[in-house]
Design a protein around this ligand. Structure first.
Ligand SMILES: *[C@@H]1O[C@H](CO)[C@@H](O)[C@H](O)[C@H]1NC(C)=O
Ligand SMILES: *[C@@H]1O[C@H](CO)[C@@H](O)[C@H](O)[C@H]1NC(C)=O
Ligand SMILES: *[C@@H]1O[C@H](CO)[C@@H](O)[C@H](O)[C@H]1NC(C)=O
Ligand SMILES: *[C@@H]1O[C@H](CO)[C@@H](O)[C@H](O)[C@H]1NC(C)=O
Ligand SMILES: *[C@@H]1O[C@H](CO)[C@@H](O)[C@H](O)[C@H]1NC(C)=O
Ligand SMILES: *[C@@H]1O[C@H](CO)[C@@H](O)[C@H](O)[C@H]1NC(C)=O
Ligand SMILES: *[C@@H]1O[C@H](CO)[C@@H](O)[C@H](O)[C@H]1NC(C)=O
Ligand SMILES: *[C@@H]1O[C@H](CO)[C@@H](O)[C@H](O)[C@H]1NC(C)=O
Ligand SMILES: *[C@@H]1O[C@H](CO)[C@@H](O)[C@H](O)[C@H]1NC(C)=O
Length: 474
């Protein structure tokens, strides 16, 4: 406002002169800071010989970054001033208003140039404590280490803190954006560098398998890439939803290069050597998948014991209460199909272990979630009505890991939500330990059954349970 009055008093001409003076100062600052990069000793010269009026330049430290920071601040201030003024100027000063807007856009341009200059000036190893100015962390060790560690420029660009434009907090309350990668990426430097070695804007290599390997081994999240992912050569539109669910998808819609089978018929066939062992029958929709969770299956015809529960029975436990949920399994999404018939939305989390499970689920018209067991679930606390799991958590899993996983599931389940452990199998002698872990949740038991698994000399057992999360009102 002060400046506004000043302008009105002194007239347009003076105002423009004053403005040009500010601009020229900025230009000098800019050029000095650029020179500084190459000739640091010039700073002394500039400080002693160029008496910058109005600027409390003495208090500035002589790092180009600080100078640029000041320039940016001043530019932002000036742009805001101009915008304020142009808003408050009256109709008859239309010309003045246009002039101001023009200046504002000019300044904005300079601002973006300055910002990009700042990014260039950033020392490659981040030892200017840059990240600590934007993050909650008081020491910026992880960022420095990453920048030190990786040689591929795209990785360094990705993990570097991205300060907000205009240097202010964004709507999320952060001063910058902190793109992250899994810490285990460090132990797979070579693979990660291979993964990130591409040309920006080009087509990526067909390397989803390398990506998945990195993820499974703890480089999760992976860095994003700036290349276009390879798509199937001829993508045909998926079948309409009333047909897609129970029909093998079109082979053309999947990239088969990294699989042993090269088409869905091969995956569905009852044969060995398909390249995966969990859920080998899952692509046989007509025989294997169709009756699942609809009719009980008896592994041993002689006994009538089964670890399968039926969807109808489980939903009967809480009629109308189950609406959304997660299926953390290895499979082709049939559980989600069955729940869909009850108007329940299930997200199927799986990775592509030897077969295109994610593509299959998507082509059937369901929601696949490409997620490893390494990561916290991407859902908020107390949100889901049901979590179902089968053929995934089995006797291979470490007890402590299972503990972490179950607590995470507990976190996302809402009070009164159901946890459906479906045919968890393990060695007989391990059963006790595992059951203790499941018991640790102190959920209400709706169903709880242990049946012998007949194929491995009776050494293994199946365990199934449907448990309800209690409310914890404290
Ligand atoms: C700048 O000048 C100060 C004294 O004014 C001196 O101590 C310092 O070494 C000089 N720096 C450079 C880079 O010449
Ligand atoms: C964000 O920047 C402001 C000053 O621009 C600073 O006061 C604040 O502490 C910073 N916030 C964080 C989380 O670093
Ligand atoms: C940078 O951070 C280190 C500790 O992490 C600190 O000792 C040093 O003084 C900082 N440097 C600047 C310029 O803030
Ligand atoms: C699926 O729906 C379309 C129209 O929505 C219909 O033309 C087609 O016959 C249906 N297919 C089946 C198998 O019901
Ligand atoms: C599917 O792939 C198998 C080999 O993986 C091949 O023998 C068979 O002919 C293919 N079937 C079709 C329909 O392409
Ligand atoms: C599914 O399995 C059944 C029996 O195991 C078999 O007869 C059928 O051909 C299989 N379906 C496909 C598409 O291979
Ligand atoms: C499918 O394979 C399983 C074992 O791999 C076998 O028990 C079953 O009889 C086979 N079914 C057909 C129809 O070949
Ligand atoms: C299962 O079979 C046993 C005998 O083998 C019988 O006692 C029991 O009632 C049967 N249970 C069911 C649910 O059919
Ligand atoms: C699912 O929703 C549809 C449409 O709202 C309704 O016609 C159908 O009866 C519902 N199915 C169940 C099992 O509630």
């Amino acid at each position: 406002m002060r400046r506004h009055n000043l302008c009105l008093r002194c007239g347009l001409k003076r105002c423009v002169y004053a403005f040009m003076f500010v601009l020229s100062n900025l230009a000098i600052l800019l050029s000095i800071s650029t020179l500084n990069k190459f000739y640091p000793e010039i700073t002394n010269f500039s400080q002693s010989n160029l008496g910058f009026n109005q600027n409390n330049y003495e208090s500035l430290e002589n790092t180009p970054n600080k100078i640029l920071g000041t320039i940016i601040e001043k530019l932002v201030e000036e742009i805001e001033n101009l915008h304020d003024k142009s808003k408050s100027s009256r109709k008859d000063q239309l010309q003045l208003k246009n002039e101001m807007l023009k200046q504002a856009s000019f300044l904005t341009e300079i601002l973006s140039l300055t910002s990009s200059l700042r990014n260039h000036l950033k020392p490659p190893f981040g030892n200017d404590n840059a990240s600590s100015r934007y993050s909650l962390s008081k020491n910026n060790k992880p960022y420095d280490e990453i920048l030190d560690y990786f040689l591929i420029e795209e990785i360094r660009k990705y993990v570097r803190v991205k300060p907000n434009r205009l240097g202010k907090q964004n709507f999320m309350g952060a001063n910058g954006t902190f793109t992250s990668i899994g810490h285990a990426c460090f132990s797979m430097k070579q693979e990660l560098e291979e993964y990130m070695d591409y040309d920006v804007g080009d087509i990526c290599k067909d390397d989803w398998k390398l990506a998945q390997k990195l993820m499974v081994h703890g480089c999760d999240p992976l860095p994003r890439r700036r290349c276009f992912s390879v798509a199937p050569k001829l993508y045909t539109k998926p079948y309409p939803i009333n047909e897609s669910i129970w029909k093998l998808p079109d082979d053309q819609n999947v990239r088969w290069s990294q699989y042993r089978c090269k088409n869905f018929t091969c995956l569905a066939r009852n044969s060995t050597g398909k390249g995966f062992f969990k859920c080998t029958d899952c692509f046989n929709l007509t025989h294997h998948e169709l009756p699942r969770w609809i009719e009980p299956s008896y592994a041993d015809p002689k006994s009538n014991s089964t670890s399968d529960f039926l969807v109808r029975d489980i939903l009967g436990l809480k009629p109308g209460e189950i609406r959304i949920g997660l299926d953390f399994s290895v499979g082709t999404g049939t559980f989600a199909v069955r729940m869909r018939e009850y108007n329940i939305t299930i997200i199927s989390a799986t990775i592509n272990l030897g077969a295109p499970f994610n593509e299959m689920i998507a082509l059937r018209g369901l929601v696949p979630l490409y997620l490893t067991v390494n990561q916290r679930l991407p859902f908020f606390d107390n949100t889901l009505d049901i979590i179902h799991t089968t053929r995934f958590l089995d006797g291979w899993i470490d007890i402590v890991l299972l503990d972490f996983v179950l607590y995470d599931w507990d976190r996302v389940l809402r009070p009164g939500g159901l946890l459906w452990i479906d045919s968890f199998f393990c060695l007989k002698e391990d059963l006790h330990d595992y059951l203790e872990v499941f018991d640790m949740l102190r959920y209400k038991r709706h169903k709880w059954i242990v049946v012998p698994k007949i194929d491995k000399d009776g050494n293994e057992v199946y365990f199934s349970a449907v448990l309800e999360k209690p409310s914890r009102p404290f």
